[in-house]
Write a protein that binds this ligand. Structure first.
Ligand code: ATP
Length: 325
């Protein structure tokens, strides 16, 4: 089989991580192997409490592995000083705390702190990098705006611009789309992929947003309790059914045709006739209403939208469901 090579930004080998409280050790992740590639947007997905933030803390050098190591440029993360690491890895956390009266420009300039020290004095090269970060995230127009006076989506772009100004090869974001609407979630993730591709950065995003991640990520890392980390192209993981690792219960499954998680269908004893896309929604509404048995066929037509059951006609599914219940 043909082998393709990609440039490794960061890797973990036989990594075990955990916490110790009052001499009691609690292992969270064990024997993890992974590679984060440059030029890719990687999404880390897994159920609540599986250890995603714990893994991020280890990558940021905030907790030390119990076993194994994380390598950045062939050097263990724990051998880097805080300043050295800040030049290599930029991080955007879920709920960043910055004063609301700080302007977007000032926030992005903070990304240069690892180079300027806390004096924050920017030289012309630093200023160019800040400008480029603003322009790459398409928020130059917000430079003078205060953080308290912009939207959540704009603030998240400003946080990404700050991370970009840090100019490291790796960017890590913990749920960057958590508070955003659908359009902004899509926009932020698309922006991150664009940056990964155009600047050859390795970008790792922790997210629970499977739909958007499928649309935008180059690679998934799937983390589940007690199993090795699964890494691969989202489409490969979907086609091989490994994506179902995200669903510990067999009440849900990933629909290959619709590209999303769905509740496992109960046994139904009715037939619906009509255009496929309409039949899909009629069936969904009936199942959700707990209707599994009907003694006659339902037919549905479009233009005008009409549902027929026995000798009755209904203009909405609401009317049909009320009649059947
Ligand atoms: N500082 C800590 N001390 C002890 N245990 C901790 C600590 N931080 C996290 N844990 C435990 O480690 C486990 C994994 O937590 P972690 O926050 O890494 O999960 P997660 O996958 O990021 O979850 P979520 O999706 O809910 O953010 C949990 O059982 C949690 O209680």
């Amino acid at each position: 089989m043909m082998q393709y090579s990609q440039s490794t930004a960061l890797s973990g080998n036989s990594l075990s991580l955990g916490y110790t409280h009052q001499k009691v050790k609690k292992e969270i992740l064990s024997e993890l192997d992974f590679t984060l590639f440059s030029g890719e947007l990687t999404c880390l997905l897994g159920p609540n409490g599986v250890g995603k933030s714990t893994l991020i803390k280890a990558i940021l050098g905030q907790i030390h592995p119990w076993k194994g190591s994380i390598q950045l440029d062939q050097r263990s993360i724990i051998d880097y000083s805080v300043e050295e690491l800040a030049k290599q890895i930029a991080v955007v956390l879920t709920d960043p705390v910055f004063p609301g009266n700080m302007t977007v420009g000032q926030l992005v300039a903070l990304g240069r702190t690892p180079y300027t020290g806390w004096s924050g004095k920017l030289n012309p090269a630093d200023r160019d990098i800040v400008e480029k970060a603003l322009s790459d995230t398409k928020i130059t127009y917000l430079r003078e705006e205060r953080l308290s006076e912009i939207s959540d989506g704009q603030r998240q772009k400003a946080m990404i611009a700050r991370a970009l100004a840090q100019d490291g090869q790796v960017m890590i974001l913990d749920e960057p789309t958590a508070h955003l609407d659908l359009v902004n979630r899509f926009e932020i993730m698309s922006l991150l992929r664009e940056i990964a591709h155009s600047q050859q950065k390795a970008i790792l995003v922790v997210t629970h947003d499977l739909d958007i991640a499928i649309e935008t990520a180059d690679r998934f890392w799937l983390l589940n309790c007690g199993t090795p980390l699964i890494s691969g192209k989202p489409e490969d993981l979907i086609l091989s059914s490994q994506i179902n690792q995200l669903l510990p219960s067999n009440r849900y499954r990933f629909s290959l045709t619709r590209g999303r998680m769905e509740a496992e269908e109960p046994n139904i004893n009715f037939e619906i006739k009509g255009p496929q896309e309409l039949v899909f929604w009629v069936k969904k509404a009936l199942i959700k209403a707990g209707i599994q048995n009907l003694d006659s066929e339902v037919s549905v037509s479009k233009e005008p939208f009409l549902i027929r059951y026995k000798d009755k006609e209904f203009c909405t599914l609401q009317e049909l469901v009320i009649f059947l219940k």
